[in-house]
Design a protein around this ligand. Structure first.
Ligand code: MN
Length: 325
């Protein structure tokens, strides 16, 4: 199966898969499988993230996967497909989480990695359970306005503000190799960040990020993560609502899309083993700004995976192309 050829079919035509990748519900031997997780049963405020994967796919026809001055395109380097969506019940979170974990584990037994398109952030716990079963406790690069290490709310132990607390408790992640970037705004309690910091998580608040800049933040992350397998989780609300209004819990004063994309460009120096882009709620979007950005982030993550995992071939190809013959 091939990607839809954009020189033949206009980018707004055909049934939308992510970046016009082939639809393959039973992928085998792929580098990265894109998988939608339409679910918002864990949201605490604005709903609508269940419509995220569709909106992201809709906008993603725009993206070629070949960046300016970047050498080969993403899909010249790695083999990717869109496996469609996980069928998650909207009525029972425990069933939904188990379904997500089973599907993601299944993908990892036959393929190297996945890119999950959310869906609310509660599902990242299911993703980390699947990833840790294969790789052991992973390093984490978590971009978010919120630390998502809250306690239970309204009697609910699992919701979109808790996945990383459970991940630490279940030893799915190594908190000393975990960076949370972009944290800001309002928290339920003055001590809301104590849990993460107390476990050794490096919180780089939005203010700290702005004084460090993406490059020095990237160095800091590289020092923290090293060669460990790293899971990258992007909550779209890490961006300022000016860039990403379509989300469940917007927090003004956030990062710009340029800053986030610049930061993500360092992932190719790490050893990424899985990705997600979460919390896109098209109901609150305007002109598709948030979905377009989520698309761009997903495309960047795939490219960085290609860079990280085909470093030798990439570097040789790249230098060959630059050498005048
Ligand atoms: Mn989050």
């Amino acid at each position: 199966m091939e990607r839809i050829d954009t020189t033949v079919s206009p980018r707004y035509a055909q049934i939308p898969t992510f970046m016009r990748l082939p639809h393959d519900p039973e992928p085998r031997g792929k580098d990265v499988v894109v998988i939608g997780a339409p679910y918002d049963g864990g949201t605490s405020y604005r709903p609508g993230a269940r419509f995220g994967p569709r909106a992201i796919r809709d906008e993603s026809g725009l993206i070629h996967g070949v960046g300016i001055d970047r050498g080969p395109g993403t899909f010249d380097l790695i083999d990717c497909v869109d496996a469609g969506d996980i069928d998650l019940t909207p009525f029972n979170m425990h069933i939904a989480m188990a379904t997500a974990q089973e599907r993601l584990s299944g993908l990892l037994s036959d393929n190297a990695a996945f890119l999950m398109l959310g869906g609310d952030h509660s599902l990242t716990l299911a993703a980390l359970r699947a990833v840790a079963a294969l790789h052991g406790p992973v390093a984490v690069l978590h971009l978010d306005a919120h630390s998502d290490t809250n306690p239970a709310f309204y009697g609910g132990e699992y919701h979109h503000g808790t996945p990383f607390r459970h991940a630490i408790e279940e030893k799915l992640v190594d908190p000393r190799r975990m960076a949370q970037i972009g944290i800001r705004g309002h928290n339920p309690r003055p001590d809301s960040l104590d849990y993460a910091r107390g476990h050794g998580v490096r919180i780089i608040t939005c203010d700290e990020f702005c004084s460090l800049g993406p490059e020095r933040t990237g160095e800091l992350v590289r020092g923290l993560v090293g060669e460990a397998p790293v899971y990258v989780s992007v909550d779209i609300d890490v961006m300022d609502p000016a860039f990403a209004p379509g989300t469940g819990t917007p927090a003004p004063g956030g990062l710009t899309s340029r800053e986030v994309l610049a930061l993500l460009r360092g992932i190719g120096e790490l050893r990424p083993v899985g990705f997600d882009v979460m919390e896109v709620s098209p109901l609150y979007d305007h002109g598709g700004i948030t979905s377009v950005l989520a698309t761009e982030i997903g495309a960047e993550l795939l490219y960085q995976y290609a860079r990280a995992h085909s470093r030798d071939s990439y570097d040789s190809r790249d230098s060959r192309e630059r050498t005048p013959s």
